[in-house]
Each structure stands twice: as C-alpha cells, then as structure tokens.
Design a protein around this ligand. Structure first.
Ligand code: EPZ
Length: 418
C-alpha cells in the first residue's frame, strides 16, 4: 500500500496537459470488441482502470497491446463471452462489455457489479433496455446471463440519463435489427466520443450530445482508429488545484466547452478563468466566496468534481451549499476534510460548507478516486504535512497525478504506507 505525503503551502503555477479521458477510453475499449477487424485507440491514459479493462478484453480472448499511449485491439473468432466477478468487482465499468458481447455474439455472461463507496450502482436501466431489445436475461450466481440471437431495435426511455446505460444500449443498438431510439440519453462528451468511434466502425448513429439518440442497426462493424478526448474531470481537478492554492494554472489537451458549468461556478466563486483553443487557465485575483452547487447530468455540474470543488469552498469567505443529486453516498470525503479543519455539515444529499481561515495537515484516507484527489488538493493548502492513505483509488483514474502536481510546484511524495 502507498500513501501521498503532501507539504502544504505551495502556490501552483504553470501548465499541465490533461491525459485521455478515463470515462471515454474504457467504453471505446469495449466497443472495439464488436469490430470484425483490429482497432487502434490513441491518447490512452496510463491508469489502473485501463489496465483492468485490458485484462477484461484479454479474458474474453482479444489480443491487446499498449505502447506509448496507443492501444491495439484485435478481435477473435471464438471469444469467451464473459466478464468475471473478480474483474467486474475491481472495476464496475466492465459491465459495458455486456451490450457489446450480446450484440456481436448473441450471448454474454457478466458479473453483477458490487456496490461501491459512492453509493448503490444499479444496472437496472441497462438490463431493462436490453430486454426491450429482445434479450433474454437471467440472474444466477451473481451473474447476468444474456441471450439474443439478434437484438431488435426499440424505443427506450431511460428513467435517468445514466451514462453507463446509454453507452451499453448504444453499443447493443449498433448491431441490432432496425432502429433504436434512446430517449433521456446521457449527453456527456464521453458518450459523444463513443458515438464518434462507433461511427468510424460503420455504425449509424444520430443525436450524440442530445437527449435523443437514434441508431440504425447495421450488419457488422469494422475496426477503426480513434484518439480519446481529453479528460475534463482531470482537467477540472488541476484547475481547482490552481484555485485552492491561489496560484496560476493552465490545463491543455481539452475541449474548454466540456467544462462550461465548472468554469461558470469557479468564476462565480471569484476565480478568473481564461479560455484557450484547447486549454483553460485559472487564477484568483481576490477572495473566494461561498456559492451554491448542485450536481446534475451533463451539462450540469459534474458529480466527479463535487469533492474537489468542496475543497475550494472550505476556505472561502462565506458559506456554501452543495447538493449531490447523482450518487446517494458521495459525501464520504467530508469526514476526512473535517479532520483537516474544514467546517462541513451534511444531511442527506446536502452539505453546508462554512469557510474557515485555514486547514491543518493530518493523516486522511481516500474512499474513491475523486475523494482521494480532493484530499490531495486539501493537503496542498493545509498547514504542515497531510498524508493521504489508500491512494490506489487515485491511481485508478489519474495518470501521473503526483508528477503533474510536482511540475506545478507542489510538494508531494509517494511513499510506502507502513
Ligand atoms: C459514469 O458512471 C462514470 N464512470 C462516473 O465516474 C460518473 O460519476 C457517472 O457516470 C455520472 O457522471 C464511468 O464512466 C466509468 P450513471 P455510471 O449510470 O455510468 C444510477 C469517476 O469518478 N443508475 O450515470 O455508473 C446509479 O445508481 C466515476 O470517474 C441506476 O439507478 O453512472 C447512480 O446513482 C465515478 N440504474 C446514477 O444513476 C442504472 O441502471 C449515475 O449512474 C444505472 C445508473
């Protein structure tokens, strides 16, 4: 086990480049399973979740190689149509192979994902949509057993604009017979990135980025080349690192428009944010003031930046109100922030953050990757030393997190945790 040891007090300055988006890359890898030929995916982040998804694809039988941020994925004729519990339990995003395997091979056996630290993570919307497309589903011994000689298009209304359900059903629909309409679909940029890749493979999909996506099923998909979009959540994390340290940070390699609401809220809190062609830069000319934040599906404020934004608000001049509408347990970071001297009270889906003069360093524990990143940001401004334990959570989704922070002037070291 390792920990980060962070010495507070540095003002971050400089430029970092965001890596490829974790929450797109994992789905592109699943989509490659559906191709009749090899696919190449570029701008792949060097993170644990990508390595886990490589294990999933290799378990299925695909030939996967990764070199200098480029994945090559070669499909096979007789794959193992299964994603085992050990891998799904390690990374619930593995469930997106369900739609791909079912659509391409007519059968799939995927472990039900366990719960996780940020709340119940159902897949009922995924399963209901597949059933509407004619899949026969059963649950046995903790696995979803799915069969469908050929899926047929359907008009599916998602109760909630679920990212995973949208992606699983999109992939299933790409090879289904006829037309599928996905209503109340997720509009996240990562969904649009998946549609971009599927279209290059020969899929016929309209409406990406809107809440109604229409898919005309085709007979087969070929391999394709694609580069992952920049990671807006990693970028937002570094912008907030610059803001909390009252520094000047520029993040490149992104589509600025993907962070519109985050930029809006940072400006409302008193940050200066400049937009470049493929970059955003932040500075804080005066004081940071308290604001209200509500997490919502895109283009609303992203739940994946809620913990990091709370860190900025812990030392704001005033009180802030944070409402978490996406996950039912994503305030785990609050107890850890209060150990560092923050003054946050939570009740159900609401947190009241009263600004304090300063934070003071202490040992804290990461409960998920975004909470872990938030605790590092808090350590950057806490007086003295902050030790962040369970940083394997951070390694799941941040590519060279400490190295990038160090390049901006942070005092952070990765050491063995006794
Ligand atoms: C994706 O998770 C992301 N993960 C999450 O990022 C992100 O927080 C989330 O979307 C919301 O933006 C990946 O892309 C790998 P959802 P996903 O389906 O697809 C409920 C990170 O930190 N729901 O939009 O699982 C569910 O319980 C991670 O990078 C159902 O009830 O999110 C949750 O409360 C964390 N039934 C909410 O919807 C379903 O069938 C959001 O789920 C599906 C979802």
């Amino acid at each position: 086990m390792e920990k980060f040891v962070v010495e507070g007090g540095s003002r971050l300055e400089g430029t970092v480049k965001a890596s490829g988006a974790k929450n797109s890359c994992l789905k592109l890898m699943a989509a490659a399973v559906m191709g009749d030929g090899p696919s190449t995916i570029g701008n792949v982040p060097d993170i644990a979740d990508v390595r886990t998804m490589i294990e999933v694809l290799r378990y299925i039988g695909l030939e996967v190689s990764l070199a200098e941020g480029e994945l090559t994925i070669k499909p096979v004729e007789s794959p193992v149509l299964e994603a085992p519990y050990e891998l799904v339990q390690r990374m619930r995003a593995s469930v997106v192979v369900l739609g791909a395997l079912l659509a391409r091979f007519g059968k799939a056996r995927v472990a039900m994902p366990g719960g996780c630290n940020i709340g119940t993570r159902q897949i009922d919307l995924h399963l209901r949509g597949l059933e509407q497309m004619g899949a026969k589903l059963g649950i046995s011994h903790g696995y979803v057993e799915a069969e469908a000689p050929r899926l047929t298009g359907a008009h599916i209304y998602l109760d909630f604009a679920s990212m995973g359900a949208t992606e699983n059903l999109l992939m299933a629909a790409a090879l289904a017979e006829g037309r599928t309409v996905l209503d109340n679909a997720a509009k996240e940029p990562e969904v649009a990135d998946l549609v971009g890749f599927l279209s290059k493979m020969g899929a016929r999909i309209e409406g990406a980025g809107t809440s109604t996506i229409v898919v005309e099923g085709v007979g087969s998909l070929k391999g394709a080349e694609h580069a992952v979009i920049g990671d807006r959540i990693e970028a937002g994390t570094f912008l907030l690192a610059g803001a909390v340290t009252r520094g000047e940070v520029n993040v490149t390699g992104i589509v600025p428009g993907h962070l519109e609401m985050v930029v809006e809220k940072m400006r409302e809190a008193g940050c200066d944010v400049e937009e470049g062609e493929d970059s955003l830069s932040v500075s804080v000319p005066g004081t940071v003031k308290g604001i209200e934040i509500s997490t919502l599906p895109y283009p609303g404020f992203p739940t994946d930046l809620q913990p990091q934004m709370q860190v900025l608000l812990t030392t704001a001049d005033g009180t802030s109100f944070v409402t978490e509408n996406i996950f039912d347990n994503r305030f785990m970071v609050v107890d850890e922030l209060n150990r560092l001297g923050a003054d946050i009270k939570t009740k159900d889906h609401h947190a009241v953050v009263r600004g304090v003069e300063k934070l003071s360093g202490a040992p804290v524990t990461a409960t998920d990757l975004r909470a872990g990143a938030a605790l590092v940001l808090a350590g950057l401004i806490a007086e003295g030393v902050t030790e962040v334990y369970r940083i394997e959570h951070i390694d799941r989704g941040y590519d060279r997190f400490a190295e990038k922070l160090t390049s901006l002037g942070a005092d952070i070291r990765r050491v063995e945790a006794s």
